[in-house]
Design a binder for this molecule. Sequence first.
Ligand code: F6P
Length: 342
Amino acid sequence: MKKIGILTGGADCPGLNSVIRAVVRKSIDEGFVVTGVKNGWNGLVDNDMRILDYRLTSGILARGGTILGTSRIVPPLEKRRVNLIAENFKRSGMDALITVGGEDTLKIALQLLREHSLPIVGVPKSIDNSLSGTDYTFGFDTAVNVATECIDRLHTTAESHHRIIVIEVMGRYTGWNALEAGIAGGAHYILLPEFPIEIDKVCASLRARHKRGKSFSIIVVSEGAQIKGCCQEDLDKKFRGGRHCVGRIGEVLADLIEERTSYETRVSVLGHIQRGGVPTAYDRIIGTRFGFKAVELVKENKFGKMVSLHNNKISYVDIEEAVKERKAIDSDLMEIAKVFYA
Ligand code: F6P
């Protein structure tokens, strides 16, 4: 009999409850007991935990967010907190800890592995799909579908009013959301953090579309994209009265486009809408498969690993490998997107 802890850390995302449910059900099947740690790593700092059973995990598969709550903690953790987490974990009598999270959560897991040899298994989560070591992080599919639906809606209003609409989607460091939602939504330009925005090129492409008789355009931009040759601070001063605007690239871009082309331009910022609500079937399935595999790894005492997806097969990699670098954008997909510009 094993005692397993589970926590969900960092930004929430659709599919977290599918993982929790699968971990609990598979554990019950194995004769293990699962303790839910509340609010990410904070639950281990504050000793805020409770046993999860059938009743508490029933009816949660389709629910967004996380029944355990979460918190954002930026690594590395200071020594005092790391020691406290390790101490409380050991005192709780748990044999393993399943940590469901993205880069930050898994980097803290790695810190605990290295400094205290905590028996940890990771599960990759992120609407940004930014973790390497797995083809896919759950939450991403839902976020892309939400953004695609929004792009479809914005398409019809842009066309009716002969406007440019800039749609800002999530993605601080990686442009997976913008790229996939942009392709699925038929965007006329897609801008990512990986490639600085060349504003002249964007405007030239919009003019070319207008010349072809298309009096509207859809531009999808990641919140983390930067404009080439423009200092973000200067743009903030010019367009936003000096207010700092991290994640406000959409507004800046819309203002620049309107100024340079005289085409009427509007902006829509999707933000946390992409993170909320029910998970897609795909995210529920992947979340369930990840949760199942995480318990299997615990059973086999395979710690320091993160469950992962490779060619649609569930497998695992070292957590160390998974957090080494962010997942690079698919350059083939980027080339495909470009065919539809202008
Ligand atoms: O890490 C996922 C993410 O959704 C990013 O795309 C976004 O920049 C960030 O979280 C927003 O985080 P918060 O909810 O803490 O503002």
